[in-house]
Ligand binder design. Structure first.
Ligand SMILES: [Zn+2]
Length: 65
């Protein structure tokens, strides 16, 4: 995995937030060792969904009208 910002090496890490009492969360992602850029699976998923939503809306518009 290479950093999208600087192209540096990224380390796979698990981020855990226990400060939120009652609703702890954790996720896995990559953190750049050079600039600190974080790319996690949620961000990747959101980007993927955004692309899919765009595709779907185009398909609907074409299909119904
Ligand atoms: Zn970087």
């Amino acid at each position: 995995m290479k950093c999208p910002k600087c192209g540096g090496q990224m380390n796979f890490e698990e981020f855990v937030n226990v400060a939120c009492e009652g609703a702890p969360w954790s996720y896995e992602g990559w953190r750049c060792v050079y600039c600190g850029e974080i790319v996690d699976s949620l961000i990747l998923l959101n980007r993927k969904e955004a692309r899919e939503l765009e595709t779907v809306s185009v398909g609907k518009a074409r299909g119904k009208r």
